[in-house]
Design a protein around this ligand. Sequence first.
Ligand SMILES: Cc1cc2nc3c(=O)[nH]c(=O)nc-3n(C[C@H](O)[C@H](O)[C@H](O)COP(=O)(O)OP(=O)(O)OC[C@H]3O[C@@H](n4cnc5c(N)ncnc54)[C@H](O)[C@@H]3O)c2cc1C
Length: 388
Amino acid sequence: MTTKTDAARPPLTQLADDEALFRDSVYEFADREIRPLVREMDEHAKIPRELLNKLFDLGVMGIEIPEGFGGAGATFFHAALAVEAFSRVDPAIGVLVDVQNTLVINAVLRWGTDDVKRKYLPKLASGTVGAYALSEAGSGSDAFAMGTRAVADGDGFAITGRKLWITNGNEADLFIVFANANPAAGYRGITAFLVERGFAGFSVGKKEDKLGIRASSTCELLFESCRVPRANVLGEVGKGYKVAIETLNEGRIGIGAQMIGLAQGALDHAIAYTKERKQFGKAIAEFQAVQHQLARAATELEAARLLVYNAARLRDAGQPFLTEAAMCKIFSSEVAERVTSLAVNLFGGYGFVKDYPVEKLYRDAKIGQIYEGTSNLQLQTIAKQILD
Ligand SMILES: Cc1cc2nc3c(=O)[nH]c(=O)nc-3n(C[C@H](O)[C@H](O)[C@H](O)COP(=O)(O)OP(=O)(O)OC[C@H]3O[C@@H](n4cnc5c(N)ncnc54)[C@H](O)[C@@H]3O)c2cc1C
């Protein structure tokens, strides 16, 4: 039976006016300012600083930061919409915006003291790129087995160790760094710290040469007795595991958003191309086999979008979303792989070369099944919830 309340509830993909306006303005910006740079950024594996400045001017680098701190004062769902819209054009920019909002700012908003918020949120909203440093060479899926240590040192800590694979490492001026301050306590020693690029004993190391999302920097971070003031502990000493788990649970919704944007971008290209490309005297989109392939891709993408939007809306509503977030990430990353692969097929030989955009999206899609928890780890989370 449909109640009045049910009838009043908007459909999941129906956006409120402000959400639609925001999404459209981000997409228009991406289409105008980013699309012409995509190939060059991919080849040179670099995001120009001028583009970063424009992203800050657009207000997408501080989406959930309250207006009082210079942010947009919007919701997590807005952040997901922005990541989706950017990723439709360039998933490398999508992940830059994603890490800034759904991991770094998210963690500072939830765990930062008033002083930390006053100090760092205005910077993050206006020009400081953030990064989130959990993984190490020996600890990826088993992240809490980290070797980086924090030792109490006067009114602060000295951090020693190495982080690997850190997104935004090249551009960031502020790093959320996880280190164990009490290894005897196991994961209950893990502590989150806010490290500024200029802190003595900290340096950014090698940048990875990657298969996809090449413009997004992925760097090693080095800590040699890096002194961090106690005021820069994010949350409590020994509670860093909670900071990590809670932000990553939400962050993976952002990766879901990146993957549906990427898949939409590939589908846009495939539809446009198949309507233009002629073989056997007609557009290849007129062949029923091609139509069915496009229809299946659009259907899978719609299902993935519903999962991502639902997880993001659950999060904003303060409802449990752990299972839904894991489902949205695994499903949307698999859909992105399938849709981009189809797009390459439908472009024929042109899909295999860099002069056309789908080759890059195919490479970019692969990361969705790896970072912020591999697909096996997402399945583990889902299985634990449904078998509990
Ligand atoms: C481009 C890029 C950007 C990244 N950005 C960041 C970042 O900003 N910050 C950050 O902290 N990290 C980042 N990472 C790291 C990323 O989160 C890890 O690579 C990921 O968690 C996997 O860890 P691993 O590479 O050590 O693989 P491993 O953990 O060694 O996994 C290898 C394989 O074993 C499987 N496996 C492992 N354990 C299990 C298990 N228990 N059950 C079943 N299968 C299992 C995995 O699913 C995977 O297929 C990034 C990585 C990349 C490539």
